[in-house]
Design a protein around this ligand. Structure first.
Ligand SMILES: Cc1ncc(COP(=O)(O)O)c(C=O)c1O
Length: 373
């Protein structure tokens, strides 16, 4: 893992700070800043810059593919997770009578396209029990009309990590549905095995330490037909400038149909650099270092007079834990004043622990909390 010197070199802004908020915003290493500066230099070449832009694009897709367990052809890059899900909704062409299963631990990006009044499908909500999504509660929601189950591998809300193999098995056994998995709160933090996922989506500004403006989409080859987006654009189209362009519009198949226009190249440079950095450190090493910190923090927070929202089940924990307290805002302000950074929203405090965090960060958090409660 990172030595103190490497940490200082790669993340100078962490000096003196206990930054425990990577589930909201990851801290980019200096290498990501260098990549953004490189983008600027390449952009100054004008159209000649498109060649280096394309090289970064290819590298970002290849890296994403390796993390997703797919090939580069099975990766598309759009601008954010929300865009990816809206495009996915277009591809599905849902009809009256179709059903979609969402869940109440999910981030809105993956859940709301199917809740819009214009969506003809009926959305069913897989509800958590004491902060956990139990597969036995999913099964009764599945049936012959289920077209899609959408879920996050790790919940943004309380950090609950589903058992993907169990969810895949239940979906396959009880429905013909596709399974979409949002890995935003997992990618770069925990090793992934995404076998069985029919669509994979991630944002880019959190645990992979890149910039805003990316949506990493994985479409396994076998699902190409289901996830070909019928959107207007040009980057996503076959022969967009050909002589027959006003006769018929044909989308590129699968992952390639998720980039409708000119790619967000600044983000692409940052994604390339962020993923390369994570690969260099090693996700397994990150998890080996950070997981004991999460489990320690969880067991200590459990002793405090707060309402723990994260089930105390090590198999279902990744990098996030959350709790509620009536004075959450005040606690947050106090922590922030002490240079301890966590997320505060709607009475809940969320703690996120990444590879660059140290046991000192966690002790500072616990010390401040104990003093304040
Ligand atoms: C699980 C999850 N998905 C997606 C997002 C973000 O979506 P978008 O990239 O559309 O901003 C977040 C957090 O911001 C998240 O926690």
């Amino acid at each position: 893992m990172l030595t103190a010197e490497e940490r200082r070199r790669d993340f100078p802004s962490l000096e003196g700070r206990a930054y425990l908020n990577s589930a909201a915003e990851g801290i980019p290493p200096v290498a990501v800043g260098d990549a953004l500066a490189q983008y600027f230099r390449d952009k100054q070449l004008g159209m000649d810059g498109r060649k280096p832009h394309a090289a970064q694009w290819d590298a970002a897709k290849a890296l994403t593919a390796a993390f997703y367990g797919l090939t580069a052809d099975e990766i598309g890059i759009c601008s954010c997770s929300s865009e990816a899900y809206n495009l996915a909704a277009m591809a599905l062409r849902l009809m009256d009578g179709d059903e979609v299963v969402v869940n109440d631990l999910d981030f809105p990006a993956g859940a709301t396209p199917w809740l819009q009044p214009a969506c003809p499908a009926t959305a069913k909500v897989w509800r958590n029990r004491s902060g956990a999504l139990r597969v036995e509660d999913l099964v009764p929601l599945l049936g012959p009309n289920t077209r899609l189950v959408t879920v996050s591998l790790v919940s943004f809300f309380n950090g609950f990590r589903i058992s993907l193999p169990e969810v895949v098995a239940a979906v396959r056994k009880h429905s013909p549905a596709l399974l979409a998995v949002d890995v935003t709160q997992a990618l770069g933090r925990v090793p992934l095995d995404l076998a069985g996922a029919d669509l994979i989506v991630s944002s880019t500004h959190k645990w992979i330490l890149a910039s805003h403006g990316g949506g990493l989409v994985g479409v396994p080859k076998a699902r190409t037909a289901e996830w070909t987006v019928p959107a207007g654009g040009w980057f996503n189209l076959e022969d967009a400038f050909g002589p027959k362009r006003f006769d018929a519009v044909v989308s590129k198949p699968g992952a390639a149909s998720f980039t409708v226009g000119m790619p967000n190249y600044p983000a692409v440079y940052a994604i390339r650099a962020g993923l390369e950095y994570i690969r260099g450190v090693g996700v397994a090493n990150i998890d080996r270092h950070a997981r004991p910190l999460v489990l320690h923090c969880l067991s200590e927070v459990k002793k405090l007079p707060v309402e723990l929202l994260t089930p105390n089940e090590p198999d279902h924990v990744a990098g996030i834990l959350a709790f509620r307290h009536p004075r959450a805002e005040e606690l947050h302000a106090r922590l922030h004043a002490a240079n301890v950074h966590v997320m505060s929203h709607a009475g809940r405090l969320r703690v996120a622990i990444h590879g660059y965090n140290t046991s000192d960060d966690v002790e500072r958090l616990l010390g401040e909390l104990k003093a304040a409660l």
